[in-house]
Design a protein around this ligand. Structure first.
Ligand code: 0RA
Length: 637
């Protein structure tokens, strides 16, 4: 389309600027979205949805819809004010095109003071646009419908006016570029979890989610906000008091909200958000919250004669036993740190959260003696158990020394003492353990067979956990210790590999181990030391040619290539069906094996499933098994 007058020069100049900006994003996508794996892919959705959430925060939007389409694209629609389409004076073209190609958080178009920035968050729609094969935007505004389409970030044509329309809103559809991303398949559960989370954090909005790939549809609306979030997290637990404690305060420009409830379990489930971003690695806000919790509960316990003197002081671990908590802070200029930018760095926030929670929580406790006494009694009990655990640990240490070397007798250790190259295989059962011992490379591969039941850590306290032999030998072999005392520098193997059968028992043991690592040794998961070995499902043989396959599709492909005739197929039901050589060549040998690195999300998923299947409430378990009947039977073939 021809432009007239002085706008021409501005248009050309800005077009060059835009193309340069786009190619910068496409050249180094990781700089903008962290990575091009599945995490980076889902970052695109977070970014687009965040823009609609900004309209919610501006009080201009009540509904958001998200649809995953069969062709791999994603639509986000909102009933906000619509991205402005008026000409931008400096660039001589519609504001929408500027938003889609240049501007990002920090621009004069900012609607939300609590912008998300700092590393990977709030990078702007132009980044999503640049990394999409195509991006289609529709805007309803000023009584008209407008539309524009982009390819790899560049406009395919000018903004078009398509006709009249009622109301206002924005509809964005984009298809991630397969030449940029390692995977372009959105994961329903990841999207679902994020939308559910956002609906708790923004109780004003209704979020509808449709996955056209499998026909599922869900609506998220939680008027109760983070209080309801905590109630939801405690669904499968026995709570100590029915209504979560809700605290809200402001310190300077920082807005602080906390919801707290205790259950009769032993774990700490604290989810922390900064400007709606889940800070899985914690940060200053979490440090402030913990300090306040410990201080306030100790003050209350002492002034109400639950404990005497400093000797009996409750520790942080004591007051967090059985805690379920959601902390949501809004920070004006958040600094996100760490590899995945999931930790808050602003030092001033620690004091702000600490002071707010100290004040509001002590007020609450004075006004609600019922819940106050219940939760203090729980912390006092925890403190007594901690003392018992300390004694049990001492005993374990002494016992370990008497057995010689301190390492468990079951462990077939490797020769090397360089943790960086050492690997520990956790193998289900003594028989597979024996095969693994023969098949390993003794130089750097150690084997620990796990016999019998691993204790259900969901229900057990530290002292009982340490009485379980399988868990004790596991912890001793790993070398770091557990809980607050975990010391990563003592890690004896940089790869800890779970090697279990591909059946229900195997998946049960895997879940138990993942829960143990997630709950008691989270640093091992976060630092990427936990792996799952993937044994083959099939062995195809024709004459002297042998092919191992790890999935049904792979088997079908291999069958075609080998010619169906004369091929014998062996289906492996467990590790025990392989001999040492086969196990080595398919599952243990670097370069030949397939290892899956376990992420925090994997463990969170396992953990949630675990609460449902192993917790004490019957109803959620029944519902889960009913809903997943098909999957459960598939697991057991
Ligand atoms: C800039 C200014 C205004 C709204 C928006 C951007 C806006 C952006 C997105 C992205 C997705 N949905 C959106 N909805 C609105 C305010 C415009 C005004 O004051 O009318």
């Amino acid at each position: 389309m021809a432009k007239e007058g002085s706008a021409v020069a501005a248009y050309d100049a800005s077009s060059i600027q835009i193309l340069e900006g786009l190619s910068a994003v496409r050249r180094r996508p990781g700089m903008y979205i962290g990575s091009t794996d599945t995490r980076g892919l889902h970052h695109l959705i977070n970014e687009v949805v965040a823009n609609s959430i900004d309209e919610v925060l501006a009080g201009a939007c009540t509904e958001i819809g998200l649809t995953l389409h069969k062709d791999g694209s994603c639509t986000v629609v909102d009933n906000g004010r619509g991205i402005p389409v008026e000409n931008h004076p400096r660039y001589g073209k519609p504001a929408l095109e500027i938003v889609m190609t240049i501007l990002h958080a920090g621009s004069k178009f900012d609607r939300n003071a609590y912008k998300v920035s700092g590393g990977l968050h709030g990078v702007g729609l132009h980044v999503v646009n640049a990394l999409s094969e195509w991006f289609d935007v529709k805007v309803k505004r000023n009584g008209h419908l407008y539309q524009q389409r982009y390819a790899q970030g560049a406009p395919e044509g000018p903004l078009k006016e398509l006709g009249e329309a009622e109301g206002t809103g924005t509809e964005q559809t984009f298809k991630p570029d397969p030449t940029v991303f390692e995977t372009v398949v959105f994961d329903r559960e990841t999207v679902e979890r994020r939308l559910k989370e956002l609906s708790f954090l923004n109780p004003q909005v209704t979020i509808r989610f449709t996955d056209e790939r499998d026909g599922t549809q869900q609506t998220f609306y939680h008027a109760g906000g983070i209080t309801e979030f905590v109630t939801d997290l405690n669904t499968a637990k026995n709570v100590l008091f029915p209504t979560p404690i809700f605290l809200h305060a402001k310190r300077d420009t920082t807005d602080i909200e906390v919801a707290i409830q205790y259950n009769d379990g032993y774990n700490d489930t604290t989810l922390a958000f900064v400007n709606d971003i889940n800070t899985v690695d914690g940060g200053t806000h979490v440090v402030g919250l913990r300090a306040a919790l410990t201080r306030t509960l100790n003050d209350y316990a002492r002034s109400h004669n639950f404990v005497k003197g400093d000797k009996e002081a409750l520790t942080g671990e004591d007051v967090r036993e059985g805690l379920t908590c959601v902390l949501s802070v809004k920070v004006l200029e958040p600094q996100f740190e760490g590899q995945t930018k999931a930790r808050l760095g602003n030092s001033e926030v620690k004091g702000q959260v600490e002071s707010a929670v100290n004040e509001k929580l002590s007020e609450y406790l004075e006004e609600h003696p019922g819940p106050a006494q219940t939760l203090i009694s729980k912390a006092v009990q925890a403190s007594q158990a901690r003392e018992a655990a300390r004694k049990a640990r001492e005993l374990t240490r002494r016992k370990g020394l008497l057995e010689g070397g301190g390492l468990p007798g079951k462990l077939a250790d490797c020769h090397s003492r360089d943790p960086a190259i050492c690997e520990l295989f956790l193998v289900e059962g003594d028989s597979a353990g024996g095969t693994a011992k023969q098949g390993r490379d003794r130089e750097f591969q150690a084997i620990l067979p796990l016999r019998g039941k691993i204790l259900n850590v969901e229900k057990a306290r530290l002292d009982r956990m340490l009485q379980n032999e399988a868990i004790r030998s596991l912890i001793t072999a790993i070398g770091t210790g557990i809980g607050d005392e975990l010391d990563l520098t003592k890690l004896r193997y940089h790869k800890i590999i779970l090697m279990t059968d591909a059946d229900v028992d195997g998946s049960h043991i895997r879940t138990l181990l993942l829960t143990l690592f997630y709950r008691k040794m989270p640093a091992l998961v976060k630092e990427g030391h936990i792996y799952i070995a993937l044994p083959p499902l099939y062995r195809l043989q024709k004459g002297s040619k042998i092919v191992y396959c790890f999935a049904d599709a792979e088997r079908d492909k291999a069958l075609k290539e080998m010619g169906q005739k004369g091929v014998t197929i062996q289906r492996y039901k467990g590790l025990g069906e392989m001999n040492a050589e086969q196990l080595r060549d398919t599952t243990m040998r670097p370069g030949h094996r397939v290892l899956l690195k376990v992420t925090v999300e994997d463990t969170a998923k396992a953990e949630n499933l675990f609460s449902i299947l192993m917790g004490e409430e019957v109803e959620p378990r029944r519902l889960y098994i009913q809903e997943h009947a098909v999957e459960v039977t598939n697991l057991d073939i």
